[in-house]
Write a protein that binds this ligand. Structure first.
Ligand code: KG4
Ligand code: ZN
Length: 347
């Protein structure tokens, strides 16, 4: 049995987790997430504030995770830390701390790609959320549609040409005067909205699109955001129209995500779809995804909100795979704002 300590500081959550097990038989012994609420005041993450907040909380967060696991540092076999993508200053706090801990204990260190973490999150709760599957990773910074034939072998089918799905939710929330991060508030508001009052186009969703066409799997949400802006500007009574605009926006975005995912599962004959990233908290999306894909005999797996949003358990979970393959980082491990997910195979 291996026990791995995971550390995540890529954005505005300071998180640590301890996981134990082997292969796909991994148990979460603890997970601590400290969310930096201060950014709400500014309506977005302020990188410098994020780095400083990580600095003050990293030690107690890691200590608490080890304590909640009923373990001590002596029981930890390896340390896994997110080193890309994210805010460099924020990432560096976790990377430096992880390195120091690994060096002082003389145990292996692994650098984990944040999006590979999101890919592994559902596997923490669902034994069957393992390859082969179609993955849709939808977070504040990324929108990735992948075919996962095995752990570590990822075929990138589609990504966003402009805004990420979560970013679109957050920008629309701002236009509607909702707090940051706004995804869940837009979802709440949309529940009471009339689906027929507004209609926004479905981005990149031509019905006659062909699998070899450039737009078949790609996403674009900035046009949708502009449509929302125009609807807000043209409204005579914004308080009354708000829920209906939120509903039309969400319906359009969800239909696009569901249809592109269906295309990918169909093209590769996958029986499973795995969602990950903060937008996977959206219950309306999960229900629409299930309703559409279960008709084709495909099972849809979503992580619970605590594991869908940024957390260190998913980082440690991905690290089990990399650790068992013999991968190790050296003490010159660095942080990078952006790097492709490892293990990409030719599309
Ligand atoms: O994965 P995540 O925690 O952080 C990044 O790696 O970016 O994702 C955060 C994103 C935010 O854009 C937030 O608005 C969105 O997830 N989000 C939601 C919901 N809950 C969180 N979007 C839509 N509906 C939700 N219920
Ligand atoms: Zn994330």
């Amino acid at each position: 049995m291996t026990r791995i300590l995971g550390i995540e500081t890529s954005c505005d959550e300071t998180s640590a987790a301890v996981l134990s097990g082997s292969g796909d038989d991994v148990v979460q012994d603890s997970l601590v997430i400290l969310s930096q609420d201060i950014h709400r005041v500014f309506g977005g993450v302020v990188p410098e504030i994020a780095s400083r907040a990580h600095l003050t909380s990293i030690v107690p967060v890691v200590e608490r995770a080890i304590q909640e696991a009923g373990a001590s540092l002596d029981d930890i076999d390896a340390i896994a830390v997110t080193n890309t993508p994210g805010l460099v200053g924020a990432l560096l706090v976790g990377v430096s701390y992880g390195k120091a801990l690994a060096f002082s204990r003389n145990i292996p260190l692994l650098g984990i790609h944040h999006m590979e973490g999101h890919l592994f999150a559902a596997a923490l709760e669902h034994r069957d959320a393992v390859p082969p599957f179609t993955a849709l990773l939808i977070s504040g910074g990324h929108t990735l549609l992948l075919d996962v034939e095995a752990w570590g072998r990822y075929r990138l089918l589609g990504a966003t040409r402009d805004d990420a799905a979560g970013e679109a939710f957050d920008k629309v929330a701002k236009l509607l005067g909702l707090p940051y991060p706004g995804g869940r508030f837009v979802e709440q508001l949309a529940r009471t909205g009339d689906p027929k009052r507004f209609h926004f186009g479905r981005p990149m969703l031509r019905k006659n699109a062909q699998p070899d066409g450039a737009d078949y799997y790609a996403f674009s949400f900035s046009g949708l955001k502009t449509a929302v802006l125009n609807a807000v500007r043209g409204s005579q009574d914004i308080e009354k129209d708000k829920p209906d605009i939120a509903r039309a926006f969400q319906d359009s975005l969800i239909e696009t995500l569901v249809e592109k995912t269906r295309r990918a599962a169909d093209a590769f004959s996958r029986q499973r779809v795995v969602l990950g990233g903060g937008v996977a908290c959206n219950r309306t999306l999960a229900e629409a995804m299930r309703a559409r894909l279960e008709r084709d005999g495909v099972t849809v797996f979503t992580p619970t909100p605590r594991l869908a949003t940024d957390n260190a358990a998913m980082i440690a979970r991905a690290a089990f795979f990399r650790f068992e393959r013999g991968e190790r980082a050296s003490l010159d491990l660095n942080a990078y704002a952006s790097r492709p997910i490892p293990g990409l195979v030719a599309a």
